[in-house]
Design a protein around this ligand. Structure first.
Ligand code: DGY
Length: 322
């Protein structure tokens, strides 16, 4: 009998995905869903052919260098791959894949939730009701910013950015975007393209970050760029924390330069996020749940397995990043 491909699965996956893995592979599951340390991961990878990690496992150059020679592929259960040192993987001829496209609807929903929640002071209001401190109604009570008809600037007009734009059009928002390259008219759908982020920022009532986290996008939203936004603008981030300079954002929220921020991703998440975000009323904070729907988590798993199937059968995986 042909030996089955051994796959280290770093986190508990949806049952349907684990069932399919079980059929075709020899999976090393993580039944407790405990986050492995790098040393544990390297130990578990002994004799394995592939690793199926999430963004929670940092596959640094050092970790990749210490993986056994049997490992031929890192098949990510994530669209982002900033947790993997691609150069290190490439130097060891390890194929790396991700799961694009399938997260777009779920993540765009969270982008809209952040826009609405930040603008309409949802978390402040919710805390008030829960704490039993809601005592009256008046015309001045809990007044926020209207979303309908405002200008939404999008940095990074890939799949998630495009779906967010589409959902925002339902609120009659005007879409502006900045992207590495201009989209064709069919995808652009009358959105206004700006060649530079700097040129777009002064026109944004809302700014949504949807670009990948790369060395070039670290601290992309810094103090200088925040200063270019209109006073009272609102920033939302569903991409990665590293795109934002936390000190600059916290300071702009404190001074009132920005009205609010909605954040689903953070530097040093989950345990060590900038304390300023928690202290302020004008932040709407979620725990990295952009892709967290049953439908999307299944789809991510099946997409990862499609990539794995291709690698095992010697075909080019559709989502190869290295
Ligand atoms: C992704 O797929 O990159 C999401 O952030 C969840 O990991």
């Amino acid at each position: 009998m042909k030996k089955k491909f051994v796959v280290v699965v770093t986190r508990k996956l949806p049952q349907a995905v684990e069932d399919r893995l079980q059929l075709d592979y020899e999976p090393r599951f993580n039944a407790d869903d405990r986050q492995y340390s790098s040393d544990e991961l390297i130990l578990l990878a002994q004799g394995a052919d592939a690793i199926l990690p999430c963004h929670t496992e940092r596959l640094s150059a050092d970790v990749i260098a210490r993986l056994p020679g049997t490992v031929k592929a890192i098949v990510n259960y994530s669209v982002g791959f900033d947790h993997v040192d691609l150069a290190a993987a490439k130097s060891r001829n390890i194929i790396v894949t991700n799961t694009p496209d399938v997260l777009a609807d779920a993540t765009a929903e969270i982008a809209m939730l952040l826009i609405l929640g930040a603008a309409r002071r949802a978390s402040e209001g919710e805390r008030l009701v829960r704490a039993g401190k809601w005592q009256s109604w008046s015309p001045a009570f809990m007044v926020g910013r209207q979303v309908t008809g405002k200008r939404l600037g999008i940095i990074g007009m890939g799949r998630v950015g495009q779906v967010t734009a589409q959902r925002a059009r339902g609120f009659d928002m005007t879409i502006l975007y900045s992207n590495r390259s201009r989209l064709n008219p069919e995808l652009e759908k009358s959105a206004t393209y700006f060649e530079t982020i700097e040129a777009m920022l002064p026109h944004c009532d809302f700014l949504a970050l949807h670009c990948p986290s790369t060395p070039e996008t670290q601290n992309l939203l810094n103090a200088e760029r925040i200063a270019l936004l209109p006073d009272g603008a609102i920033v939302v981030n569903t991409a990665r924390g590293g795109i934002v300079d936390d000190d600059a954002l916290v300071s702009a929220l404190r001074t009132g330069k920005l009205a609010a921020a909605g954040l689903d991703v953070f530097n040093n998440e989950p345990g060590n996020i900038h304390p300023g975000y928690r202290d302020m009323d004008n932040t709407f904070l979620l725990p990295h749940i952009g892709s967290a729907t049953f439908e999307t988590r299944d789809a991510m798993g099946f997409r990862a397995l499609d990539n794995l199937d291709a690698i095992v059968s010697g075909r080019e995986p559709q989502d190869r990043v290295v």
